[in-house]
Design a protein around this ligand. Structure first.
Ligand code: GTP
Ligand code: MG
Length: 201
């Protein structure tokens, strides 16, 4: 898919105030600092469409970006970031779970995990919650540029094995890097094929 246009539409903390049109949307979620905003910029080939930072807790609202005037990308705050105050953290969790349970336009989510780390409880719990609530998602391994190919495939294999302890099938997954653009074509192709199937339904 060619990206012809990508524009910021709005930020808010209330799912009821998100765009009202019925365009399909795809949301990026995962722990703070995992690379959600960077991945969106990489996909859109725009340096700072979504705001990024080396310090976790940068994205604090639900951000809608309209792509090619016919679908949305949604950048969300990270979960599980201890340094924001407890109250703020609760608010994030609440509007994140609200967003996922109430947003009918959501077609699929991407749960991002850093390819360097072993499976983290909070991510596994989040995926479990998505499964229980029947919200479709795939996994996106981020920061692939930080590992050598062998270590990368070893980590991904170990991650999938861990998932297979509780899931009958491992979800679809993508391996990406915001610095090298690895995985860009695959991810966009995936979104494109879902959009096509929606339009022809
Ligand atoms: P929050 O909004 O705080 O939840 O974080 P986020 O998940 O949006 O992460 P963000 O995109 O802001 O990136 C966090 C840090 O990781 C930044 O310093 C990025 O430059 C870095 N980063 C993100 N993706 C990659 C990647 O693929 N490779 C490398 N080397 N660094 C990355
Ligand atoms: Mg962010």
């Amino acid at each position: 898919m060619q990206i012809k246009s990508a524009e910021f539409v709005m930020s808010n903390s209330d799912v009821a105030k998100c765009p009202k049109d019925r365009l399909p949307e795809y949301a990026f979620i995962g722990r703070s600092n995992v690379g959600k905003s960077s991945l969106i910029n990489m996909l859109m080939q725009r340096k700072s469409l979504a705001k990024t930072s080396g310090r976790p807790g940068k994205t604090q609202l639900i951000n809608h970006f309209l792509v090619n005037k016919n679908w949305y990308l949604v950048d969300l705050p990270g979960y599980g970031y201890a340094r924001v105050s407890k109250t703020a953290k609760k608010t994030f969790q609440k509007f994140i779970t609200n967003y996922f349970s109430k947003r009918e336009q959501l077609v699929s989510a991407f749960v991002l995990v850093d390819c360097r780390h072993e499976p983290q409880t909070i991510d596994l719990e989040f995926m479990h919650w998505m499964g229980e609530n029947q919200i479709p998602f795939s996994i996106v391994f981020t920061k692939a540029d930080k590992l050598k190919p062998k270590a990368l495939s070893r980590n991904i294999e170990a991650y999938l094995q861990k998932l297979l302890e509780t899931w009958e099938e491992a979800p679809q997954y993508f391996v990406t890097s915001a610095t090298s653009s690895e995985g860009r074509d695959e991810l966009l192709q995936y979104i494109d094929s879902i959009n096509d199937s929606i339009h022809s339904a």
